[in-house]
Design a protein around this ligand. Structure first.
Ligand code: IFM
Length: 396
């Protein structure tokens, strides 16, 4: 198994999940007032321990790192930008460059400044100019250091969790209007920020990170299940991509598993004996190949911005990594312009409404590497893997 020269092998994180004490954010507020079940607290303390994180990336042998910048830190009060926070992010990005690690920067990963949430957050059209202004400050600060940008992480998940399920701030279940408006404003925000980025840096590569869980028919022979999967897929994940496509230089893919859809159960996990992660998600590497082929049709570079597994005892993660790498290689052989893979996550971090119960890290919060990190490092350093490794994990 071998990958193209310059392939990016990295790990991904998000600010609120690792930095700790994100006190000016809507999540922090909901956690503190008991509207969310778990407080994030000091998380992995990466606001202070970011140098340790870079050391960890180097120790594993990775050449890329996807991180997010926290809007609530950069602009804790409307129109007031925090110079110390901006300088701190710049120092981190400079250190990554010095370590030979390519940074991929996400501008929005689920959390909002409190002041923005109080004005209706992403359901208020005013979010678009506000997001552009915040992004402009960040871009001015670090444009010379960052080529790969993700404007917004998983808008479809954010919209669903916030306005359909209502589990995440602003916790408004069944607010279809909020759902539609969030997606509309995210698309507009993306388009405007991508223009800014291209002006600031003509070689900038800009995308969103799209969560794609292929929806498949629970009973493949059933026209009802087929139709539900088709329509659900179009409504839930396809529309955002198509809306922003002309403004995407590449396509960021967050892939974890699939969802089976069928009547009378609208959405379910598959029956049968397939392995599940600690989170209960089915391990389904073939789905990664299918999604990569589907994205390949857009004829743009693709980068896997997230893929990983909740696996506290690390007994599934090694095979998971190898199996997904194998599917990536298949897609490349079939012509998909895949540029890199960011494993979710570097550390066991704050997994939103699940708190610290799910362990996605290549390392623990104490920065102890798991054995799978060593295996992943071997693949990254070799830019591929020999047959014996594939054999060990019975991947064909
Ligand atoms: O932790 C999340 C991340 O913030 C967004 N994508 C999915 C991950 C695992 O649930």
């Amino acid at each position: 198994m071998s990958f193209p020269d310059g392939f990016l092998w990295g790990a991904a994180t998000a600010a609120h999940q690792i930095e700790g004490n994100n006190v000016h954010s809507d999540w922090w507020q909901a956690e503190q007032t008991g509207r969310l079940p778990h407080p994030s607290g000091s998380a992995c303390d990466s606001w202070n321990r970011w140098r340790d994180d870079i050391r960890l990336l180097s120790e594993i042998g990775l050449n890329a790192y996807r991180l997010s910048i926290e809007w609530a830190r950069v602009e804790p009060y409307a129109g007031r930008f925090d110079r110390v926070a901006l300088d701190r992010y710049r120092a981190q990005l400079e250190a990554l460059r010095r370590a030979g690690i390519e940074p991929l920067v996400t501008l929005h990963h689920f959390t909002n400044p409190r002041w923005l949430a109080e004005r209706g957050g992403w359901s208020n059209p005013d979010v678009v100019p506000r997001f552009v202004e915040y992004a402009g400050r960040v871009i001015d600060q670090v444009k010379d250091l960052v080529r790969w940008w993700v404007t917004i992480n998983e808008p479809s998940i954010l919209a669903f969790k916030s306005y359909i399920e209502g589990a995440w701030p602003p916790q408004e279940p069944g607010n279809l209007r909020g759902y539609v408006r969030l997606l509309r404003h995210a698309a507009r925000g993306h388009v405007r920020v991508s223009r800014l980025l291209r002006r600031a840096r003509p070689d900038a590569m800009v995308s969103m990170a799209f969560a794609i869980w292929p929806l498949q028919a629970l009973r493949p022979w059933s026209p009802i299940d087929q139709a539900m999967a088709f329509v659900g897929d179009w409504l839930w994940q396809g529309r955002v991509i198509r809306r922003t496509l002309p403004a995407l230089d590449w396509i960021g893919l967050n892939y974890y598993s699939r969802t089976l859809v069928g009547w009378p159960r609208p959405s379910t996990t598959p029956p049968g004996s397939r392995e599940r992660t600690d989170f209960g998600w089915e391990i389904y590497p073939e789905g990664l190949y299918a999604v990569l082929r589907r994205l390949g049709r857009f004829k743009k570079p693709v980068l896997i911005t997230e893929n990983g597994i909740a696996d506290a005892d690390d007994d599934q993660r090694p095979a998971y990594i190898v199996a997904h790498a194998r599917q990536m290689q298949r897609a490349i052989e079939d012509g998909v312009d895949l540029r890199g893979y960011m494993h979710w996550s570097l550390l066991d971090n704050f997994e939103w409404a699940e708190g610290y119960e799910q362990h996605f890290g290549l390392a623990t919060r104490d920065r102890v590497l798991r054995p799978s990190a060593r295996l992943y490092g071997r693949i990254a350093r070799a830019n591929g893997a020999a047959d014996d490794l594939l054999g060990t994990f019975s991947v064909t």
